[in-house]
Design a protein around this ligand. Structure first.
Ligand code: IMP
Ligand code: MG
Length: 170
């Protein structure tokens, strides 16, 4: 395990992203949709740093038919937000943008509910792995094509509790 992004760097970045989001939505309502499970820690920290915005929280869970480290194009939604989305400003929050299948599917499903707006925020982006065209509005860090764990992200459900992001090595 090699630390890629330490706790302090994550904290600073979360504040920076939250400031941008606060600026954009100040005085408005925003439905934050956290993509389970990997984004739970990032989303929890992010919503607590956003200021002056009327925040609503909900979740979405999707699964792809691939294995842990390789995702396929087939994505199934297992849980969809229960709170009203149509006519609302929505921010989808995910841990990492990899091939992009998962986020693309989630964004399409949310947009099908006719939100007022729909933006995407990811902590990490692995651009080298992108297989589909997807626009993200807020990116924390671009990272190399390595498998990472920690700060919500897992390898076979382990290491989600780490305070930092590390490159997984057996
Ligand atoms: P995509 O459909 O390939 O973009 O899949 C993205 C999802 O795969 C992310 O939301 C993560 O849950 C998972 N994932 C992709 N890369 C990593 C990684 O390096 N570590 C842990 N999970 C990852
Ligand atoms: Mg995920």
């Amino acid at each position: 395990m090699r630390i890629l992004i330490d706790e302090e760097a994550i904290k600073l970045k979360v504040k920076e992203l939250a400031n941008k989001i606060s600026e954009k939505y100040r005085g408005k309502e925003l439905v934050v949709v956290c993509v389970l499970k990997g984004a739970f820690i990032f989303a929890a920290d992010l919503v607590r740093e956003i200021e002056g915005v009327d925040i609503f929280c909900d979740f979405v869970k999707a699964s792809s038919y691939g294995m842990n480290t390789v995702s396929t194009g087939e994505v199934r939604i297992e849980y969809f937000p229960e709170i009203e989305i149509s006519g609302k400003n929505v921010l989808i929050v995910d841990d990492i943008l990899d091939a992009g299948y998962t986020l693309k599917k989630i964004k399409e499903e949310i947009e099908a509910k006719n939100p007022k707006s729909c933006e995407v925020c990811v902590l990490l982006d692995k651009p080298a792995r992108r297989a589909v065209d997807i626009k993200v509005d807020y990116v924390g860090f671009e990272i190399p094509n390595e498998f990472v764990v920690g700060y919500g992200m897992d390898c076979a459900e382990r290491y989600r509790n780490l305070k930092y992001v590390a490159i997984y090595e057996e």
